[in-house]
Design a protein around this ligand. Structure first.
Ligand code: DOR
Ligand code: ZN
Length: 427
């Protein structure tokens, strides 16, 4: 197959080129390729070809909560959003703690339309066994409580996990004692962002980065959301400490929570404008390495519960690229930056083999976009089972036209096709 006449990402810039796909892989890239007999030609004139996005933080809810999402619905949302690989979080029912749990989840993930990696939960029970997991992208540790009861707030347990892990340790960094303190103090206000004050995240980031540096282990900070965390990471960043930001923290503030209530309730919470400004600055400075969605769908019924009862989390895997393309249109980012944060850096940091770039010998995971198409993000267009998005009604410049996974077209303007998606291989 030849993708003809597109503008293709190549080593930090975009050039006009033809691209030959053979089986699962990119075979050849050249300014002009002559189609052979029987070779399909897909015309890409006027379109940009990016490496498929790698979203290292999704909750596809299998096993245990398939009324919210499953690997098929979640991966449809991903493919429609130009995402060709997802890393799925382990806070399932049951959680992924043992090799048996991981094997059971592998079976469920087979129906995914996009490639995947499956995290293992680090907790008291498996603290000295986490080194056995080498085919998992990372060990996820909840230092502060969130959806499900998978908390590890004992720093002794965390020390064991860090010392034994052979893969990056990924932390939800909010200090549990401070969450309890601020939750009690601000309970009556029902202000989620006050009940999980910025200090909760800042203290936990300070603790976890100090410990990872001490043990010389790779630590990835999930969903950094505050100016205070950025200050700490900036001072202590080494090649072993990496950080991620989520679209909802880049594009929404606590004002959204105050208006939309539980539809803007997630952990860590939406923050203030000064925090959002610090996150954008940190992206530009290289203090933050990755943009990942924390796609965490919950149903309308669940979100309509009282503030105290409604679960935390918002969907995001389908809308991330649209929002980032709009940011490119508004000149807040360059298109090559999107590739760096969503493709190159995730592949490099997590050692994903032959993905996250467009190069001969790499898997043909591709996202083909039309920068000139405008649209409005709508609840009714979401493929997630939850059927809503916090970005409903937002106009965006730029749209995903086609998505290729391992050389196969799985999404084309609203239509889905069978996929040869697989679990990623990690170095
Ligand atoms: O808001 C959140 N939702 N934060 C988390 O840490 C978990 C997630 C979920 O699984 O719903
Ligand atoms: Zn999460």
């Amino acid at each position: 197959m030849i993708l003809q006449g597109g503008t293709v990402y190549q080593q930090g810039s975009f050039i006009r080129a033809d691209l030959r796909i053979d089986g699962n892989f990119i075979k050849e890239i050249n300014s002009r390729l002559l189609p052979k007999a029987n070779e399909e030609v897909i015309h890409c004139k006027g379109l940009h070809i990016l490496p498929g996005l790698i979203d290292i933080h999704v909750h596809f809810r299998e096993p245990g909560a398939v009324h919210k999402e499953d690997f098929l619905s979640g991966s449809k949302a991903a493919a429609a959003g130009g995402v060709t690989t997802v890393f799925d979080m382990p806070n399932n029912t049951p959680p992924v703690v043992t090799q048996k749990d991981l094997n059971a989840k592998r079976k469920l993930a087979k129906k995914s339309l996009v490639n995947y990696g499956l995290y293992v939960l680090g907790c008291r029970e498996n603290r000295t066994m986490v080194g056995n997991f080498i085919a998992t992208p990372g060990i996820k540790v909840y230092l502060g409580s969130s959806t499900g009861n998978y908390l590890t707030d004992d720093l002794g347990v965390f020390a064991d996990i860090l010392q034994h892990a052979k893969r990056p340790v990924v932390v939800h960094a909010e200090n549990e004692q401070l969450i309890r303190y601020f939750s009690e103090k601000y309970k009556k206000t029902e202000h989620h962002h006050k009940m999980r004050d910025n200090l909760c995240a800042a203290v936990s980031v300070a603790e976890s980065t100090t410990m990872a540096s001490y043990f010389q282990k790779q630590l990835h900070l999930a969903h950094v959301s505050t100016a205070e965390e950025i200050d700490i990471i900036r001072k202590h960043k080494t090649s072993l400490i990496t950080a991620e930001v989520s679209p909802h923290h880049l594009f929404l503030t606590e004002q959204f929570f105050l208006k939309q209530k539980n539809y803007g309730k997630m952990n860590p919470p939406l923050r203030y404008q000064k925090d959002q400004d610090a996150l954008w600055q940190a992206l530009h400075d290289g203090v933050i390495d990755i943009i990942a969605t924390d796609h965490a769908p919950h149903t309308h019924d669940e979100k309509k519960k009282s503030c105290a009862e409604a679960p935390c989390g918002v969907p995001g895997v389908q809308t991330m690229l649209s929002l980032l393309l709009e940011a490119v249109h508004q000149k807040k980012l360059k298109l090559v930056d999107v590739v760096r944060y969503c493709c190159n850096n995730p592949a490099r940091i997590f050692g994903i083999q032959k993905r996250g770039n467009i190069s001969p010998g790499y898997f043909a995971d591709l996202c083909i976009i039309d920068l000139n198409r405008t649209s409005i993000i709508r609840n009714q267009d979401q493929y997630s089972k939850c059927g809503w998005t916090p970005f409903d009604g937002i106009p965006v410049h730029g749209a995903v036209q086609m998505t290729f996974v391992n050389g196969t077209k799985v999404f084309d303007q609203g239509k889905f096709f069978p996929s040869s998606a697989k679990e990623v291989t990690l170095i």
